[in-house]
Design a protein around this ligand. Structure first.
Ligand code: SF4
Ligand code: SF4
Length: 126
């Protein structure tokens, strides 16, 4: 397989942190999502496997102005094990849903959750 190059990229993969979260199942859970996205630079998204994530749009302190890692030799394991198949520069991802603010969550509650169209990840894995 051809090794992908980072040459033309501005270090996209070093500019966010995404953490998996449980699928919200109640209005109380959705209210927590409303709270996350009420904060600046915080999104919640659902990937194409129906896994929910909270995403912090913030660059790593060790990304240099040249967009290269300044601590390459001692970078964390998660950076060493980064799979280029997940690279957001060379791949186009189609998220199922992205919530950037409280209005996005309220719309989802109205148009998806309350209409019974909400998908729980465990249900589709069975
Ligand atoms: S997003 Fe992809 S191309 Fe850009 S620095 Fe990261 S691995 Fe390289
Ligand atoms: S430690 Fe280096 S490779 Fe890891 S996120 Fe920061 S700049 Fe990127």
């Amino acid at each position: 397989m051809t090794k992908l190059t980072c040459e033309k990229c501005d270090g996209k993969c070093c500019k966010y942190v995404a953490i998996e979260i449980d699928t919200p199942e109640s209005l109380k859970d959705f209210d927590d999502i409303r709270w996350y996205v009420a904060h600046k630079n915080i999104n919640v998204y659902v990937d194409d496997d129906y896994q929910w994530h909270v995403e912090f749009l913030t660059p790593c302190e060790h990304l240099g102005e040249d967009n290269l890692c300044q601590i390459y030799e001692t970078r964390p394991k998660i950076c060493r094990e980064y799979n280029q198949d997940e690279c957001p520069f060379h791949n186009v991802y189609e998220e199922k849903f992205t919530f950037r603010n409280i209005e996005d969550v309220d719309k989802y509650i109205r148009e998806v959750f309350k209409k019974g169209k909400h998908v729980i990840k465990d249900e589709i894995e069975d």
